[in-house]
Design a protein around this ligand. Structure first.
Ligand SMILES: *Cc1c(COP(=O)(O)O)cnc(C)c1O
Length: 387
């Protein structure tokens, strides 16, 4: 940005993007081809589900084709009709799943310091017709789960969680996965647990699990369980094989992310106007998100200008979520009443920046990104025009 060569020759992404070695992948695929069993609840899917039940410490894990469909299945299996409360500060899939299930989203704001939904923000948005609430556990942290559970039960609302960011993160009460009526995780390639595409629903409710298992296949599997609609939401054996390899490597991937996070933390210690967001309310995070809040007045450059500088230098930072779901198509047109009702979400959407992390990034890279941010600050005057 100042006329030299760009800092990172190979672009640093904001995503886990971990894939096991070709040798391990090849062995797994060969075994599938030898068995000639490619999908429909095969041995690898069953093995994966039982290992995940052990990992999460929950009674039922139902793997699904992705987390969007997982959220849809949970809402459908609960036979919800009406409106569902959720934070506007989330990935668009949370709201898309509600629409797929025939529900209208009601967007609430989030807590300023934790970025998470809270009983106070949920309470402020509560309106007539709301029949359930979706908590979103962001940034490898979590909302105040017990407080949300008490708030929901005091209001007679079932509560489930979009925990797509939270695989392996731990609270004092236990790992994410066992809270609310159900929790949904994503195994998208960008997440710390990947099957390239995939996801799972965790629940301790045997009846709910049975309904979701039944809904996951077009003809159902156990006819006596009544469900509103069956679909195809299966994970294939190939995806399960990738998931099993990723599950085996989870602790290593988390440690890798922890080292990156620590390098960032050290590199921001003396920088004014860039605050690293510590994942909230967890005793141990999966550390798969490095999020900073940029305060333009203190830093000297806008968030967007810093974003442009980092990208030009090969560090592909992301302004996630921009815009908030309440301002995204088609929700802004369908539900205009929420467009201007979430001031904290709007403020966060204007300040938050995600920094590169994951398998393709090293702790040394993170330290260099930190130096880049310091350099951007010291040349703020010359760089101000890029924003
Ligand atoms: C990734 C993500 C999803 C969607 O997951 P898919 O498996 O891609 O459908 C939903 N919610 C949040 C918060 C996410 O980050």
């Amino acid at each position: 940005m100042l006329g030299g060569t760009r800092e990172f020759a190979a672009t640093l992404p904001v995503a886990q993007l971990y894939f096991p070695s070709w040798e391990r992948y090849e062995t797994a695929m060969r075994s599938i081809i030898e068995r000639e069993y490619y999908t429909n609840h095969g041995p690898l899917v069953r093995d994966l589900e039982s290992r995940l039940e052990g990992f999460f410490g929950v009674q039922h894990v139902v793997t699904v084709t992705n987390a969007t469909i997982g959220l849809y299945l949970v809402a459908q299996a609960m036979d919800l009709k009406g409106k569902v409360l959720m934070p506007g500060f989330t990935f668009i899939a949370t709201a898309q799943a509600a629409i797929l299930a025939g529900l209208d989203p009601v967007f609430c704001d989030v807590d300023r310091s934790s970025h998470q939904i809270s009983p106070a923000t949920a309470e402020r948005a509560l309106e007539s017709g709301v029949v359930a609430a979706v908590g979103v556990n962001l940034w490898g942290g979590s909302c105040d789960v017990p407080a949300m559970e008490s708030w929901a039960s005091a209001n007679g609302l079932p509560l489930f969680f979009d925990s797509a960011h939270g695989f392996g993160s731990e609270r004092t009460e236990g790992k994410l996965g066992g809270f609310g009526s159900a929790e949904v995780f994503s195994f998208h390639a960008t997440k710390i647990m990947s099957s390239a595409e995939g996801g799972c629903v965790c629940t301790n409710d045997a009846e709910l699990a049975e309904r979701i298992r039944n809904m996951r296949s077009n003809y159902g599997i156990r006819r006596p369980t009544p469900v509103p609609l069956t679909v195809n939401a299966r994970l294939s054996e190939g995806q399960a094989a990738v998931a099993l390899l990723n599950l085996a490597d989870f602790e290593e991937n988390r440690s890798h992310n922890e080292a990156i996070f620590d390098a960032y933390r050290a590199s921001f210690a003396g920088v004014s106007g860039v605050a690293l967001v510590e994942p909230d309310a967890v005793t141990r995070s999966n550390r798969s998100y490095v999020v900073v809040e940029v305060d333009e007045a203190a830093f000297g450059l806008s968030r967007d200008a810093l974003w442009s500088v980092l990208r030009a230098e090969g560090a592909r930072a992301r302004r996630y979520f921009l815009p908030g779901v309440h301002r995204s198509t088609p929700f802004d047109d369908l539900y205009p009443q929420y467009v201007t009702s979430l001031p904290v979400t709007d403020d966060l959407c204007a300040r938050v920046l995600q920094l590169p992390t994951g398998a393709l990034v090293t702790a040394e890279d993170a330290a260099r990104v930190g130096l880049l941010i310091q350099a951007a600050q010291s040349h703020a005057e010359g760089l101000a025009c890029v924003g």
